[in-house]
Design a binder for this molecule. Sequence first.
Ligand code: HEM
Length: 425
Amino acid sequence: MDGEPPKLTFRGRFPLVLPGAGRVLRDPEAHWPPEILERSAIEASAAGRRLVLLAHPEAVNEVLQNQDGAFPRARLHDRMLGASYGDNLLRGDRADWRRQRRELLQPFNAPGAEAPEARIGAACERILDEWPGTPEGAPVDVIRDARRFTLDSLWRSFFCDEAQAGAVEPLVETTALQVDAHEAAPLTAHLEDLRPLAAVALDRERARLSAEGGEAAGVDPNTMLLFLHAGHDNVAAALAWAFWLLAEHPQWQARVREEWRGHDLRTGFDAGAFPAAGAVISETLRLYPPIMHLIREVNRDFEVDGQIIAGGFTAVLSLYAMHRNRQWWDEPDAFRPGRFLKAAPDLRRRLLWAPFGTGPRGCVGSAFARTEMIVALGTSLDRFELLPGPERMTCRVDFVLRPEGRPAVTVRPLDRDGTRDAAAR
Ligand code: HEM
């Protein structure tokens, strides 16, 4: 099926005098006008605060680069997320943010560190081994399984030694199922579910640091909680979308399957060797950037397409509106991964796609996330054909842009040569 995939419908009307900024961010469809998909900048006032919604690639990049500290992470952002996580790495005014970021990725950056692909592959195969047990024609719950996979994959890659990484740890699986059961609950409920796992992660990290006898202080407990959440939730949302989109677009399934065929993760992994999977992932994240807006203070005047944005505004950088803006994209609402297959995109084109943010406070886990998604798509399509299920996926926003409407994909086992399994014919 080549129809347009689901999208948000913006219903706000000018003049934009909006309720509190928190409400606007929680329910952007109700408050922003449809023009956000055609313009570069839209000003609004929200409970006395001056907001500017930006969807202009150079302006978004300039703000995120935060030269001379002119565009720090907004206090509004700290207040909204701080209430859930407590003081943590995300805070705009944390003096130790560089150290905390470095230490989060320490397991991979240390000399001689093991590459994570084999562990990611094992986490994925565990879930795929269950799929043939799905009754004929019954859908697979890809939202639940994407979460089970991403939490297990993060855990095996960062917090397990060799012996533990062989199988899923029971606390990891129960935590993923618990968060899934609270899918529609606010962020605070997810964090409560993750807290016991974060305590174990912190113990293991401290044990590792003391075994290494290094000087590192380790991350604080709230940052560990953030890491467990940010490190699995966004990938789970993106992956569920990718499975659903691929079920709707069998020609892209075939391309991803073809380029993966015969790949053995034990012999290494090069993300660049999978251009079709990479293009599907980029297009999925263009249409559905899980973190759809980033928030920054504007501390000095700056110009966007001839319009001066004055210091004192709070900038809402709308990745969603930039990724679907009619000014810059052909068929902005269509799923067309081929647009990411063109060699060497120009600078503007690169700035137009920013699901991981950019600049000094961009995502620490972007390379890991891309590896996880390529491995998940490759290994699953190697074993299964994905077919549209009885339901259509829809969008839901709770700060994060999520898929909703499950279970939405059915699977059919394939022989190892990519044809349908004899048992399923
Ligand atoms: C599809 C997957 C992902 C997406 C779309 C995503 C997106 C983002 C974005 C947009 C930011 C920047 C927020 C800002 O500038 O205010 C961010 C920050 C962050 N991400 Fe990701 N992320 C993903 C996966 C991951 C993974 C796998 C990890 C961990 C392994 C991770 C850990 C973090 C952390 C710790 C931060 C905070 C960095 C800081 O404040 O300095 N993310 N992510």
